[in-house]
Design a protein. Structure first.
Length: 344
């Protein structure tokens, strides 16, 4: 059976047409799925029972069932461990800002990329999420918290550009005026640097924000911490980023996790500034997360501020990420790992 949530409006329209139904039925069904976030065909009260039964024979509605929920006592950040239709687990985080609510969603069950500072790869890679499963994270959170999500970050479990087709379908569906109608400019895709897919994304000119998980100023450090660098070196990656920025007119952001005595020296900051010189770029500095199996040590506050100051003096826009949900393990990958090990 097919996940009906993963069909774009055009694809759903074709399905309805082949069933001999008028075009307005496609809009009705799409609205139920993507605006109202129904979890059952029976909830589509203005669709005939015969059509609902026909759809039920060939399609299913992907859902995210709340397995565990954690609410930060510090800043109201909410972290969900969701259970999928097949029993697999993923994570999402809701963050509240002055402008509204942002959700950080997962794009895969697990991750193949093997970054040495990340928890998402520890429990192993299982499969890609369908576009419907990615979107279901929004609907489940909105229903549970009675909120409207305005911003999306694809920065949870998984590498979004390794699940390219499903992620693109998800983007079109959440952007559709008959669905959640979330502006592409309010969506961020984070990638560890799948260069070929950055070019594919560039061709679509979606006006979303591209964020690169860079975390190193040179190939030696990056290859030791991020295996993807063995396939796509930094120069190749940054060339793609420069072209992306020129083509789309959008600023490219770079995530840089600071690890003590690994990538946080003044020399590292100067080298990074040199590589990004002339690019419309923003660097987001992140203290490394505490992941028991990784044994990475956080850089000192002094080292982080020094790194930021060097970048700024070199003309690079640099900020330090505000830590949200620190009391609930809000960084993705940790809950799934503990659940699979029977520790929660």
């Amino acid at each position: 059976m097919t996940d009906i949530n993963s069909l774009t409006y055009e694809q759903l329209n074709n399905v309805i047409s082949k069933l001999g139904q008028p075009k307005f039925r496609a809009k009705q069904i799409f609205t139920w799925l993507h605006k109202n976030g129904v979890t059952s065909f029976d909830e589509m009260t203005n669709v005939s029972k015969a059509l609902r039964e026909k759809l039920c024979e060939n399609y299913y509605i992907s859902t995210c069932e709340i397995e565990d929920k954690y609410v930060s006592k510090i800043d109201d950040t909410v972290k969900y461990l969701f259970k999928l239709n097949d029993g697999e687990y993923i994570e999402s985080v809701i963050m509240k800002y002055k402008y509204g609510y942002t959700i950080c969603v997962s794009s895969q069950v697990g991750c193949k990329m093997g970054c040495t500072f990340c928890a998402s790869t520890l429990a192993g890679f299982k499969r890609n999420l369908t576009s419907g499963e990615i979107e279901a994270q929004l609907h489940s959170a909105q229903r549970d918290l009675n909120i409207k999500i305005s911003h999306i970050v694809l920065m949870g479990i998984g590498e979004p550009l390794d699940n390219f087709d499903n992620v693109i379908n998800f983007l079109y569906n959440v952007n559709d005026e008959n669905g959640l109608n979330i502006s592409m400019r309010n969506i961020t895709i984070s990638t560890c640097g799948v260069v070929t897919r950055i070019y594919d994304l560039m061709k679509l000119n979606l006006q979303l924000t591209l964020t690169i998980s860079l975390h190193a100023p040179n190939d030696e450090i990056r290859s030791n911490t991020m295996p993807i660098n063995n396939k796509y070196k930094i120069d190749e990656l940054l060339k793609a980023c420069r072209e992306y920025g020129l083509k789309t007119g959008r600023r490219v952001s770079f995530e840089y996790t600071l690890i003590k005595d690994v990538n946080d020296s003044s020399e590292n900051a100067l080298e990074l500034a040199s590589r990004l010189k002339g690019m419309n770029a923003h660097v987001n500095l992140i203290p490394v997360n505490d992941v028991k199996e990784r044994r990475n040590v956080k850089s000192s506050k002094k080292a982080i501020l020094n790194f930021q100051n060097i970048l700024k003096k070199s003309g690079i826009n640099a900020t330090i990420r505000r830590t949200l949900g620190s009391d609930i393990n809000a960084s993705c990958g940790q809950l799934r790992r503990l659940k699979n090990r029977g520790e929660i």
